[in-house]
Design a protein. Structure first.
Length: 277
């Protein structure tokens, strides 16, 4: 996990450590972790899969039985990892270049949330430098990576944490792709946003995006628990093989709703584990 600026360590300190041990040994049902005190945490993905609507579970089970589904899933996972890694590299490189420049000029700015920020002009300049120096992405993921890179350049004005992990005492843990300042499509202002990258060959329906939306709720809850920061928005960016990504932006109100729904799913998940249903 990469912290975006040099003066925010006290605020984001809770994101710098990952004091959990993985226990599941690559369980296909999702990951399980244990902390140093013996407390158990189940992955956000595992909880979302277990509490998905029955018709979605049935569809997935039928799809997994089709010939070639395993190979397709592996291919999709590989391209997703490549596209994710490229976006992560661009943002980390941007922060490295931008930090050096801002430190030299003494041009950090502090927001009302206590987070220090690069001037937007420096962030944009550093991102262009990162793009120019980025390695070539393998052809299988090139279109997806290009879409994510373009979206970042047009919509992200700051990167505070990249690939950060969260956990919560109610028993869940997970990893979000970014804590970024993202320009709102509603008023053109930048807000502290929890972001998750996805890849897909097809447009995702609002129903299929529902699990991703609640996933952002989980990350927002965990972020607040570890840092006391409140994300003001959420954003799911679904990269496509070509062209611009599909973007589902969550307003602050929608993000709060996602938090409530995920908390309810956590409660239902552990209740089902207890009863064996």
């Amino acid at each position: 996990m990469s912290i975006g600026t040099v003066g925010v360590h006290d605020i984001l300190a809770g994101l710098r450590k990952w004091p959990l041990e993985r226990l599941d040994d690559h369980d296909p049902n999702g990951r399980v972790y244990r902390d140093r005190k013996g407390n158990i945490y189940h992955s956000v993905t595992r909880i979302l899969q277990a509490t998905a609507p029955d018709h979605q579970k049935a569809w997935l089970a039928n799809w997994l039985e089709r010939p070639g589904s395993a190979a397709f899933r592996d291919s999709a996972a590989t391209r997703g990892t490549l596209a994710h890694n490229h976006a992560e590299l661009l943002l980390k490189t941007t922060n490295k270049i931008g930090r050096a420049t801002a430190n030299r000029k003494g041009s950090w700015k502090t927001g009302s949330d206590g987070l220090e920020r690069l001037p937007k002009s420096i962030f944009s300049w550093a991102y262009d430098k990162a793009i120019a120096g980025a390695p070539t992405v393998p052809w299988s993921a090139a279109g997806y990576a290009r879409g994510l890179a373009g979206w970042i350049g047009d919509n992200v004005t700051q990167a505070h944490a990249i690939e950060f992990s969260i956990h919560h005492p109610t028993g869940f843990a997970g990893t979000a792709d970014g804590l970024l300042d993202v320009i709102s499509p509603y008023d053109g202002k930048s807000y502290l946003t929890v972001v998750d990258w996805k890849t897909s060959e097809r447009q995702r329906s609002e129903e299929l995006l529902g699990g991703y939306i609640d996933q952002l709720g989980a990350y927002s809850i965990g972020l607040n628990h570890l840092t006391e920061l409140r994300a003001k928005a959420g954003c799911i960016v679904v990269a496509r093989r070509s062209g611009a990504p599909q973007v589902r932006y969550l307003s602050e109100l929608e993000l709060r709703g996602a938090e409530v729904r995920f908390a309810e799913r956590v409660e239902r998940y552990f209740a089902d584990l207890t009863t064996g249903s």
